[in-house]
Design a protein around this ligand. Structure first.
Ligand SMILES: NC(=O)c1ccc[n+]([C@@H]2O[C@H](COP(=O)([O-])OP(=O)(O)OC[C@H]3O[C@@H](n4cnc5c(N)ncnc54)[C@H](O)[C@@H]3O)[C@@H](O)[C@H]2O)c1
Length: 361
């Protein structure tokens, strides 16, 4: 088979990973580079000298013979990029979140479907060795069915660091759209269950460098009555990150205490956690490489497409439900179509604890 020819759109922080894993995959090659920033284009072109470069996907797609596009732009305003990919007949692997609103994400999924274009989302955390091991642990039924859990992610994310993207500093609900989306997707993926009810609070601590809420607390009910307490922050006030995902099952617990590993399990009377042996895993690289391999297999070998856009909409509904629940104080029923489909624009711009009010207290 000839290598699958990719155009990368967005040549910022995350594109470095995609350039590396494409270079390492003999079934893939980069033929096009798109960014509105000329310096970033030039730097990427120096690494991929044969590629066509430009600031507009439609124009680059017309000059480069390509099969697929990887969208690595900020999630807002992707309509033009999605339309250009569909017009050029290019399969799409879009970085998470597919959009910065559920309505826009639905538009993208519908546009790709009506053009007959494959659309996958870059949910690389599904491909971590620890996530695969957690899935296997629950599939084995050693612990019995999950009934409740807590998921805690506490991080001081210095959004001014040069190697990190800058747009989350000013966007609405950065924690939810940029980070919790991974966590919500992981919960659905590992528990094999969709959300049915959500209540939530979001807020911004006084020392946060983010314009909008960096903190999220949610109580989420999944199918089969699984209850999860979620706490996530990008403004945890200790530079040492903390992560714990504990699931209590009928016969015992599974505890993951590092985002990239440290998985153990115990039955109720075990004196200690039994660690799960995990294969060596280069965080960020091996997971993206595995996702890319599945995307290529989906396009070239007829395998199921990984992380389909349509499936991603359910995780995005969780994000919007958190925003709406936080703004209204309501518990949202995600099985009700009226709630699920109502646009969230009215609430998306509202911080539940405006900075001025908070500081004045
Ligand atoms: N899956 C993960 O683990 C992971 C990690 C980091 C970022 N991401 C995602 O990747 C995406 C990009 O994040 P990033 O960190 O690379 O951001 P970034 O700001 O570092 O890079 C984005 C690039 O897109 C370019 N751009 C913006 N609008 C454009 C347009 N209309 N056409 C062409 N180029 C445009 C910008 O000039 C910039 O170079 C986001 O969706 C983010 O959530 C995913």
């Amino acid at each position: 088979m000839n290598a699958l020819r990719f155009i990368l759109v967005g040549l910022g922080a995350r594109s470095r990973v995609w350039r590396q894993v494409i270079a390492d995959n003999p079934r893939c090659t980069i033929v096009g580079l798109v960014d509105v920033d000329a310096d970033r284009r030039a730097a990427a072109l120096a690494q991929c000298p044969g590629a066509v470069a430009g600031d507009d996907l439609a124009e680059v797609a017309a000059r480069a013979s390509a099969d697929a596009v990887i969208l690595i732009t900020p999630p807002g305003n992707r309509h033009t990029q999605i339309a250009a990919a569909c017009d050029a007949g290019l399969a799409i692997l879009a970085e998470k979140p597919l959009a910065d609103s559920l309505a826009a994400a639905r538009d993208h999924v519908a546009a790709a479907a009506s053009a007959g274009i494959a659309l996958s989302v870059g949910l690389n955390f599904r491909y971590l060795a620890v996530t695969r091991a957690l899935c296997e642990l629950f599939a084995e039924d050693r612990l019995g069915p999950p009934e409740f859990g807590h998921f805690t992610y506490e991080r001081w994310r210095d959004g001014h660091l040069p190697h990190l993207n800058k747009y989350p500093l000013t966007m609405d609900q950065p924690m939810l759209w940029e980070q919790s989306i991974h966590h919500f997707d992981l919960m659905r993926h590992v528990y094999r269950a969709d959300p049915v009810r959500i209540s939530a609070r979001t807020w911004n601590p006084s020392w946060s460098m983010y314009r909008h809420d960096a903190n999220v607390a949610a109580l989420i009910t999944f199918e089969r009555g699984i209850e999860v307490t979620y706490q996530g922050t990008w403004a945890g006030n200790w530079a040492q990150p903390r992560f714990e995902w504990r699931t209590d099952c009928r016969h015992g617990v599974a505890i993951q205490s590092d985002m990239f590993g440290a998985l153990g399990h115990a039955r109720r009377d075990d004196p200690e956690l039994i660690p799960v042996d995990l294969p060596a895993h280069a965080a960020w690289i091996d997971d993206a490489a595995a996702l890319l391999a599945d995307f290529v297999a989906g396009l070239a070998d007829g395998a199921p497409l990984p992380c389909p856009g349509e499936d991603h909409l359910t995780s995005l509904r969780m994000v919007e439900a958190c925003i709406r629940a936080a703004a209204t104080g309501q518990t949202l029923d995600l099985t009700t179509p009226a709630v699920a489909q109502e646009p969230a624009g009215t609430f998306a711009n509202r911080s539940t604890t405006p900075k001025a009010e908070r500081i004045a207290k």
